[in-house]
Ligand binder design. Structure first.
Ligand code: NOJ
Length: 543
């Protein structure tokens, strides 16, 4: 029985502006990523997902694509991309690209043509509507980045729709020519060797055909982001989005062994619909619920149980702890609990996505007002995403080994100690912990493939089992800042394999297990051999 790489592997997200600069301009690039692949091998990840690298005026730092078939000079070229893919594959690392189908840049030739006149060949490739009777926008839809989701085009006397910045006009996915052109983009990169795609805001690609007003959100309170004022009933998660996803999947299936991941912020019951009918939708609809769950043992336990039981038969789970849009794990749960969070991420059932820098415990980085880059942060510093996008910290040199030039965003104030070079030599660092967990996971059938079951949960302890019967791993997480004793309902004498504190507690424990404050323990049952896949009663189908 062999499992697809994307089921058993760990994905590592790289924000390319911030991973490694190779040409001294203070911004990361593809040759920089290539130069750091050996670190990723050492760390123990299996795939990299790179946020957009396409030519872009960078109004939204690459999520405004001006050409889907090239690389922005700031990141390199198609040749540097090919070199990166070759070098990654030589190290058994897969490469996943970001694919941005919902919108282009205003600088994309399709939009330039579309806005030229009402009779342009590409007019219908975007969403153009007449003004309302009062001359205002056609409906009440809001942009995710603030204000109306409609921009007035003086020259042609119509509004165009933009779910994000006005510089990011939405494509019209009801137009078959748009679908065909974008499918060819997937083929273009698949032929170039990419192993899959992370599809941006995939649940938002289709809008209500009648453009009905969105209803007011009764849960909204003043002070919350404006976008939450309305429930996005008619602008997101329309039933027809599933046809678009199925179309992507059909294209992906023309190639061997590729993965389709989608960015979807939806409640669990609607999220899991994106596995598609007969699982012919996304392989991995991103599960972002750890990003917002209240960080307590009962809340996290309830989330895991709800998610596990909502998955369709054969649907493979996945977990995300941080990304480039949300506060980092350490910023949200604190330094001590960041280790517990890492143990959780890397011991749950399903594909983990690890965000670059989380392995160093990088937390919130204060961005001085004059250094804000993110358009959301320029509008409202409280909503800025720069604090989660700061440069990777490799060593204690002036620019942390990231660049020879002042980087585009600041480093953490403690970068001289919070960096790869220092932390890799410290067995008790979070970096060493993450590495141990990744390597253990790689060798452990129970962690990669085993079932998940709750062992016990109280106000501060969450304990669960991974694996099958005697071939299992027990994970006990102390969410509190106090020492606790855990009573092991499973019995036996498990042996501690990894403590989040990083010291060697290679002791066998009995039915009561002492945990230190903020400690997580991963324990092996007597027969949880690391490289045995037992004969399971129900092997999930390999795909
Ligand atoms: C989601 C991306 O993750 C985010 O960074 C971007 O701003 C929006 N989509 C628009 O593309």
């Amino acid at each position: 029985m062999s499992y697809s790489w994307w089921r058993v592997g760990t994905i590592y997200q790289i924000y390319p502006r911030s991973f490694q600069d190779s040409n001294g301009d203070g911004v990361g690039d593809l040759d920089g990523v290539r130069g750091r692949l050996d670190y990723l091998v050492w760390l123990g990840v299996d795939a990299i997902w790179i946020s957009p690298i396409y030519p872009s005026p960078m109004h939204d730092f690459g999520y405004d694509v001006a050409d889907y078939r090239d690389v922005d000079p700031i990141f390199g070229s198609l040749e540097s991309f090919d070199r990166l893919v070759g070098a990654a594959h030589a190290r058994q690392i897969k490469v996943i690209l970001d694919f941005v189908p919902n919108h282009t840049s205003i600088m994309h030739p399709w939009f330039i043509d579309s806005r030229r006149s009402r009779s342009s060949e590409k007019r219908d490739w975007y969403i153009w509507r007449d003004a309302a009777a009062d001359g205002g926008p056609p409906n009440n839809w809001l942009s995710n980045f603030g204000g109306s989701a409609w921009a007035w085009d003086e020259a042609t006397g119509q509004y165009y729709h933009h779910a994000f910045l006005a510089e990011q006009p939405d494509l019209n996915w009801r137009n078959p020519d748009v679908r065909a052109a974008m499918h060819d983009v997937l083929r273009f990169w698949s032929r170039r060797g990419v192993d899959g795609f992370r599809v941006d805001v995939v649940s938002d690609v289709i809008k209500d055909a009648a453009f009905r007003d969105n209803p007011l959100n009764p849960a909204w309170t003043p002070g919350e982001p404006e976008i939450r004022r309305l429930s996005p009933t008619y602008s997101t998660d329309r039933p027809e989005a599933h046809d678009v996803v199925a179309g992507f999947r059909r294209v992906i299936e023309e190639f061997d062994n590729r993965v389709l991941i989608g960015e979807i912020y939806l409640p669990i019951e609607r999220l899991v619909a994106y596995y598609g009918e007969n699982l012919l939708g996304l392989h991995l609809p991103f599960n972002f619920h750890l990003l917002s769950v209240a960080w307590t043992a009962p809340d996290v336990a309830a989330l895991i149980e709800t998610y596990e039981s909502a998955l369709p038969e054969g649907g493979w789970p996945n977990w995300v702890l941080s990304n480039h849009d949300r506060p980092r794990a350490a910023a949200r749960v604190g330094q001590e609990q960041a280790r517990v969070a890492a143990m959780l991420l890397l011991t749950l059932r399903g594909t983990p996505t690890l965000y670059y820098g989380d392995e160093l415990g990088v937390g919130h980085v204060e961005i001085p007002p004059d250094r804000i880059q993110d358009p959301c942060g320029k509008r409202d510093p409280g909503l800025g995403r720069d604090p989660s996008r700061t440069p990777m910290q490799w060593d204690a040199s002036p620019f942390a080994g990231f660049s020879t030039h002042a980087p585009w965003l600041p480093l953490t104030p403690d970068y001289e100690t919070r960096n790869v070079e220092v932390m890799r030599h410290d067995a008790t660092s979070i970096l060493s912990l993450v590495r141990s967990l990744l390597h253990y996971r790689r060798r452990s059938a129970a962690l990669k493939e085993g079932e998940w079951s709750l062992l016990s949960q109280d106000s501060s302890i969450l304990a669960y089992k991974r694996g099958w019967g005697e071939y299992s791993i027990i994970v006990v997480l102390n969410f509190s800042g106090l020492p606790r004793i855990w009573s092991n309902p499973a019995g036996g004498e498990p042996r501690i394999a990894i403590s989040t504190h990083g010291d060697r507690r290679a002791e066998a424990v009995g039915t009561t297990v002492p945990l230190r404050a903020n400690e997580g323990l991963m324990m092996e049952t007597a027969r949880a051999s690391n490289d045995v896949t037992p004969n399971k009663p129900t092997d999930p189908a390999s795909s």
